[in-house]
Design a protein around this ligand. Structure first.
Ligand code: FES
Length: 133
């Protein structure tokens, strides 16, 4: 097997490979087809839910206080890094009226504030503050 044909399967190997890529290269990598990929049954992973590691961003792609929209696994997601340095991710759509919090959402402490009516969510999706309530 040629060196460039090595299949990256461990999270550490994948992270090392991603760290050497430009943002555009990482975006292409995330959505590329995997040639000759064995089926879940061939890998003895025929289980009824997604299984594996799905890197969303490298740590240095998300600064403290930053919010980004993501689309993975057919879902709109929002990821943010709280002022405490921890990254968190939720379904992108606010439970109130469905605003996409990846566009205009802002970080308040460790929470994500919706851009429409300022409901504030923690990383588990629990609403901690509704300003007008
Ligand atoms: S739509 Fe998010 S707070 Fe109203």
């Amino acid at each position: 097997m040629a060196d460039d044909a090595v299949i990256l399967s461990s999270p550490v190997a994948v992270a090392a490979a991603l760290a050497g890529m430009s943002p555009d290269e990482r975006a292409r990598w995330r959505t590329a087809d995997v040639p000759a990929r064995p089926s879940p049954a061939e890998r003895n992973l025929d289980i009824p839910f997604p299984f594996g590691w799905f890197p969303a961003l490298l740590s240095d792609e998300l600064k403290a206080g930053e919010v980004k929209p993501l689309r993975y696994l057919g879902q709109d997601l929002v990821i943010w890094r709280g002022e405490d340095g921890r990254a968190r991710m939720l379904d992108a759509h606010c439970r109130h009226l469905g605003a996409h919090m990846g566009y205009g959402g802002r970080v308040i402490g460790a929470h994500l504030e919706c851009p429409f009516h300022a409901w504030r969510y923690d990383g588990e999706g629990v609403v901690h503050d509704i300003p007008y309530a």
